[in-house]
Design a protein around this ligand. Structure first.
Ligand SMILES: C[S@@+](CC[C@H](N)C(=O)[O-])C[C@H]1O[C@@H](n2cnc3c(N)ncnc32)[C@H](O)[C@@H]1O
Length: 286
């Protein structure tokens, strides 16, 4: 069997088992390619190069077993491989944190945020940092910036520390534990926040892959807006003049608009449309 045949077969197995592919991939073929390439010790971007190569029997068995594990456990691929990629940057991941996939990474890495800022940001807050993926991407995007990355979860911060060290950014990224903005005194040029925002009805219907992630990272209360309400009440006092808050709300735009009627926001374009990541200017938040 060739590598491409193995991946196609694995993809069919994942699909017919009904696994959910939404935490780093968007469909079964990509999920199968990720698992198989990783198990065979091949770079994840090397499929084209190796597609027609014959797979040795021991490797076939190893890949088959990993796909079986994915199906039987319904644990997301990133928890099985211990790694996730965002905007081409690798992050260590385990069950202590949500798997990095924030849409905020797109406008951040593509330079879209620069157009909204008077200057390159010198101070950035990554509020609800999880494994620090957005903090790391911000530090890489703006080499002069100092980043404060905060989270309520000590477990998440332990993973964040591994990622900050992995990317050699401990000089510029500070980690702090605490509830919301209480852990982030002072003002910032830019606040990034991918908070828990899943509403109660959606939480009750989550597929097993999402239930494998920490509930604290997802659960946004009845309308998904519990954390966001507290944030918007205070954010204006934590932004410098000309600063902006970039907030992910996922599929909760209806709940956001109901909770904050008339609040001027800009929907930033992402691969999932322009309703899921919102930009709010300091002047509008005061
Ligand atoms: C959706 S995850 C985002 C993680 C990371 N920023 C990312 O995009 O992958 C939300 C994070 O918020 C944290 N969190 C939940 N409630 C919090 C609170 N009251 N204060 C600070 N962090 C909180 C969770 O521990 C989790 O790491």
């Amino acid at each position: 069997m060739t590598l491409i045949e193995l991946i196609a077969h694995s993809s069919e197995r994942l699909e017919s088992a009904g696994v959910c592919c939404a935490q780093g991939t968007t469909h079964a073929f990509d999920e199968a390619a990720w698992l198989v390439l990783w198990r065979l010790g091949l770079p994840l971007d090397s499929l084209d190069e190796h597609a027609e190569r014959a797979v040795a029997p021991a490797d076939l068995q190893a890949a088959h077993d990993l796909v079986t594990q994915r199906i039987a456990s319904r644990r997301p691929a990133a928890y099985l491989t211990g790694e996730a990629w965002l905007q081409g940057v690798p992050f260590f991941v385990d069950e202590r944190v949500i798997i990095p996939r924030s849409l905020i990474a797109e406008p951040l890495a593509e330079g879209v945020l620069d157009a909204w800022l008077p200057d390159e940001p010198k101070t950035v807050l990554d509020l609800c940092t999880g494994g620090a993926s957005l903090a790391v991407l911000a530090a890489l995007a703006w080499p002069e910036a100092r980043v404060l990355a905060t989270d309520l979860s000590a477990d998440a911060l332990a993973v964040a520390r591994l990622n900050v060290e992995r990317h050699g950014l401990a000089e510029r990224i500070t980690l702090a534990q605490g509830d919301g903005l209480t852990a982030a005194p002072g003002r910032f040029d830019l606040i990034l926040c991918n908070p828990p925002y899943v509403n109660a009805a959606s939480m009750a219907a989550l597929p097993p892959e999402f239930r494998a992630e920490p509930a604290l990272a997802l659960d946004g209360g009845a309308d998904g807006m519990v954390f966001v309400r507290g944030l918007l009440a205070e954010a204006g006092h934590h932004l410098n003049a000309g600063g902006v808050l970039v907030l992910e709300i996922g599929h909760e735009r209806k709940h956001f608009d109901a909770a904050f009627p008339g609040l001027p926001v800009v929907g930033l374009p992402t691969s999932a449309g322009d309703e899921q990541v919102l930009l709010l200017e300091a002047a509008q938040l005061k």
